[in-house]
Design a protein around this ligand. Structure first.
Ligand SMILES: [Zn+2]
Length: 283
């Protein structure tokens, strides 16, 4: 069996996809605060963010900051917190969309990817007549820092994510995602933080627009949100949401086995950049 036949069996008839019509979404930025409006346009040029007239394609080399969020930038223009929108794009199979951003970051809405999924589903999806070439992993790729790591190995697609927090409300959680039921199982999981970290983040100018309406906040064994959790293991589900968004910066589905342990945007993106470099060197 040839390699190309193998792809075809694993990714049957995958076409590139955009949105069916222009869509406006408004909300607050979790890090800088303030009102933001983004406009999503149908496209066939990949995923491209636009701010102040500067186009910034969502490609690995344009990721310029991964501290507590994923920020892309080009020619001095930066857009932060793209990961939840990118994750919604992953979940819906959207490979092509132009996103005009009137603000410094993508709105957080409720801290999950679900509002984006619902807005986009309302606008509708449109298949482009272009095949997707999956990103096939042929070598082991690893990024690590202290006891945290992400590893990508050859194989069919799956993502295993483990987290381990001292805070009892989170503790150790493990989730394996095989690509099915993203909208039901992953998209609703909200971003989260520890109460003790919120002050430190604010002193760095981050989390200024964050609150219990758009993040789960944990203090030891307690979840401070009066409504509680959406899933008993919402925390690891959100980490899964984040890594799927970061991996989507590659622009195509990965054919490979991904494992992450206590990871973060920095390690996710380091792997993405290593994969991209390897693809580039393979020509
Ligand atoms: Zn997140």
């Amino acid at each position: 069996m040839t390699i190309s036949l193998l792809f075809h069996n694993l990714v049957p008839d995958m076409k590139r996809m955009t949105i069916a019509q222009t869509l406006v979404i408004r909300g607050t930025g979790i890090h800088r605060g303030g009102d933001i409006e983004i406009v999503l346009y149908p496209s066939d040029q990949g995923i491209v963010f636009v701010k102040d007239g500067q186009s910034i394609p969502a490609i690995p080399e344009n990721v310029v900051d991964t501290q507590l969020n994923t920020t892309i930038g080009l020619s001095g223009v930066r857009i932060s917190t793209i990961e939840h929108l990118m994750s919604a794009f992953y979940g819906l199979g959207i490979t092509d969309c132009t996103i005009e951003v009137r603000g410094d970051e993508i709105p957080v809405i409720d801290g999950s990817a679900l509002p984006y999924v619902m807005h986009i589903q309302q606008a509708g999806l449109k298949k482009l007549g272009l095949e997707i070439s999956p990103v096939v992993i042929t070598d082991t790729i690893r990024a690590e820092l202290r006891d945290s790591w992400v590893e990508v190995t050859p194989g069919s697609f799956s993502v295993s994510y483990e987290i381990d927090f001292d805070a009892q409300a989170i503790g150790f959680q493990r989730l394996i995602f095989d690509g099915s039921h993203y909208i039901r199982d992953i998209a609703p999981a909200r971003t989260f933080g520890l109460l003790k970290d919120v002050e430190a983040m604010r002193s760095m100018g981050l989390a200024m627009g964050g609150g219990l309406h758009n993040a789960v906040v944990v203090d030891g064994k307690d979840v401070l949100n009066p409504e509680g959790l959406r899933f008993a293991d919402e925390f690891v589900r959100h980490k899964m949401l984040d890594i799927l968004g970061d991996l989507w910066i590659l622009g195509a589905p990965i054919m490979g086995r991904i494992r992450a342990f206590k990871a973060n945007h920095m390690l996710h993106v380091e792997c993405v950049k290593k994969i991209d470099k390897l693809l580039g060197s393979q020509g």
